[in-house]
Design a protein around this ligand. Sequence first.
Ligand SMILES: Cc1ncc(COP(=O)(O)O)c(C=O)c1O
Length: 390
Amino acid sequence: MCITQLDRRYLAGTYARFPMEFSHGKGSTVYDRSGKEYIDLGSGIAVNIFGLGDESWKAAVTAQLDSYQHCSNLYCSEPVAKAAQLLCEKSGMERVFFSNSGAEANECAIKAARKWAAEHKGPEYQTIVTLNKSFHGRTLATLAATGQEVYHKDYAPLPTGFRHVDVGNAAQLEQLVREIPCAAVMIECVQGEGGVMPIGQSYADDIARICKKYELLLICDEVQLGNGRSGKLFGYMHYGLQPDLVTTAKGLGGGLPIGATLFGARTADTLHPGDHGSTFGGNPVCCAGAVEILSRLDEKLLEGVLEREKYIRQELDGSPGILAVNGMGLMLGLSIPFPARPFAERLLEKGVLVTTAKDKIRLLPALNIPMEQLKKAVRIIKDCAQEETV
Ligand SMILES: Cc1ncc(COP(=O)(O)O)c(C=O)c1O
């Protein structure tokens, strides 16, 4: 059996995989098992933030592997403490809990918000308000938090205590938090799975105002947008928000599984020994990768992200077959007047890897993708989109 046949025979059928057998890669270049070359504009869904096989990331990770691969959370570990220090010093947050994924980072934030609210406001203040079209993960609680019915189907009963409101409708949010005792509002500043749509400055201002007025915690889910992808360390920084809890994952480990929940001044002392935990969370090898990633997210790199964003927008926004480019930094969605999945498969044939989000093509390249490669990939997208329209 070939790899595709083995995959179809033995893997749970949870993924609609593209017809490609991954072989190896370097930077933003990927090869399949037949030797065909691709330009990677997906980076493993926003994970390989410095591309494949980045030399200094590999050195940091392998040095840690040579030292010890795991020690449990019963002991202090240098890469774990340093990753937390970097996250806090760069963001102004106070403390970090490490887990293994975005969903787990959100689970921790949900638990912490409820505990904080129970202690500071009363045990009935449990509800977490999230936005319609949001995506917060696949565990039962984060599914319940996700404001998309399509993901809830077949999994009832879901955990209770989540309510969803429409993006942009401040009056609806205010009415809800007035009527129901709530702990927190949880948002993605750019809704990724929901269609790569930024929530916008004025709605972000409304959320901040309402959280302040009703003493609600603000949780920013930066799982996809965080770690430099927006052009700042975190996307909420573009809107001037001051969240009480921030969650991140994906790009943080540069390709190794890690999740992080960051606690701000108000929530820093919420969790105590025994309140939460994870066997693998804060794995030293993953944290060594995160230290390397975080220490390279400097002004120059972030400027490069904005420069690449500008180029993509200039070339593609409104070009034939592309209605609009939405998003932030290097998390961009192309609105196209034809179905996204077949178009993504056509780009794959032409040697460009992209993902989709609802009816859009989603671009999530490595933050350091060389301009020459980006230009080549953008030219292919442009040509294919034009061909679709004739
Ligand atoms: C905004 C957001 N939150 C949470 C998640 C879940 O992350 P994970 O798949 O690592 O559990 C994702 C994954 O796409 C995401 O985009």
